[in-house]
Structures are given as C-alpha cells and as structure tokens.
Unconditional design. Structure first.
Length: 223
C-alpha cells in the first residue's frame, strides 16, 4: 500500500492559491499550487538536462555568471553547480521566499544543499524584472525553469518571458556566445522562431527515452 502524503508546510500566494510542500516516506516530495503539481522529486530528468545543457562550455570559464529563473526543489540549480567552477556566481530569482526556506530545510537532502553553496545568491524577485534591470552582457547563461513554459497560446510580442520583446531583453543581458536554456511542457515552433529572429541559434531537446518527455530549448547567442 502506498504511503499517504503529509503536508509539511504551506503558504497563501498573492494570487490567492495555496503553495504547499508535501512528503511521502523519506525522500519523496511534491510542491503543489492549488490542485496543480509543480514538481515531483521523483521526476528530475528534464530539470537535470536543463541545468546541464544551459552551462555547456562554462567549466573552463574563469568566472562565469549564471542566472537561474525559478528555484523549485533546486534540482536544476544542483545540475548547474555541478557544471561550474568554484569561481562561478549563480543568481537564482525566485518569487516565493518559502520555497527558498524549503530548499534550505527539508528539501536540502535532495541536492546536497545546493542553495547553501557559496556560489549561490537567491534573490526574491520576478526573473523578468531582474533581466529588465540587468546591464548588457551580464550573464554567460540564463536558465528559465518556471512552471509555465512557452506554449502555442503565449503572447508572441508581450509575454514577459517568452515574447519577442522579452527575448530581446534577455539577449541584451547575455554575453556573446552565452546560452539561454528554457524548460517547457512541449515543443513550440513559434517560440523557436522568435528565438532565431532575436539572434540565437536554437535546438530543442527531449530528455529521456520513455514516458512523458518535456522540452528543453538550448539557444546560443550569436556573436
């Protein structure tokens, strides 16, 4: 018989929905918002691929600076850190401070306490606003691991993260040759076209060999 889920903590978000951390057994965790599952600790392959692909080529960089949008269970962050040298700086933009608290507490065992790594700074803010405020050529990689990725109904011009205007701002904040890596539920050709039009070379990966396979876009800023 499957063990029941136990609620460890919850908070009411600004949108009026309940953000909740649940645990079953010793190492099985869920983060939910309302009735929607945001993340399951047993399903990590696309998050690991996102962090790994987003930091390709930075292992030998003398002091890379990486932006991660969305903390979640810090699975993507752990994959990012595993690709980077000790001299790296990783900024994580997360909307909900309780998520940071969870990653420092009960979720720390999943990632060898990634959020406590001295290379990491967690900023409680909207990643779109952080990108908007960033000077040109700030980041060597931008990795967006948000629970709503690009999709066919995305506003092609005005979406704050995946629209053409936002893509242009992100590109401006990146160094030449930098990688923009984005997680999504499914491939979206229109998003790929917007990335290409903004001056990125683009490919989409489908991590894994079975079951539901999410999309990971890997877009490199052309010189």
């Amino acid at each position: 018989m499957a063990l029941p889920w136990k609620t460890l903590d919850h908070v009411l978000t600004e949108s009026g929905e309940t953000l909740e951390l649940r645990q079953r057994g010793t190492g099985d965790f869920l983060i939910t918002i309302g009735n929607q599952i945001l993340m399951n600790s047993k399903a990590q392959r696309s998050e690991i691929a996102l962090g790994t692909l987003g930091c390709q080529g930075l292992q030998q960089h003398p002091a890379p600076k990486v932006l991660v949008g969305g903390l979640g269970m810090a699975i993507t962050l752990r994959a990012v850190l595993d690709q980077l040298p000790a001299t790296a700086q990783v900024i994580v933009a997360e909307l909900n401070p309780i998520v940071h608290t969870w990653c420092l507490g009960p979720l720390a065992e999943l990632t060898a306490a990634a959020t406590a790594d001295p290379r990491v700074e967690v900023v409680i803010t909207d990643v779109a606003e952080l990108i908007r405020r960033s000077p040109a050529t700030t980041f060597d990689a931008v990795i967006l691991d948000l629970y709503r990725g690009p999709h066919p109904r995305t506003d092609p011009r005005n979406d704050p993260l995946y629209g053409s205007d936002a893509i242009g701002r992100t590109r401006n904040a990146m160094t030449s040759g930098g990688i923009l890596a984005v997680w999504g539920e499914n491939p979206d050709t229109a998003f790929e076209h917007r990335l290409a039009a903004a001056g990125f070379s683009v490919r989409v990966e489908r991590p894994g060999k079975g079951g539901y396979r999410h999309a990971v876009w890997v877009a490199r800023k052309k010189g």
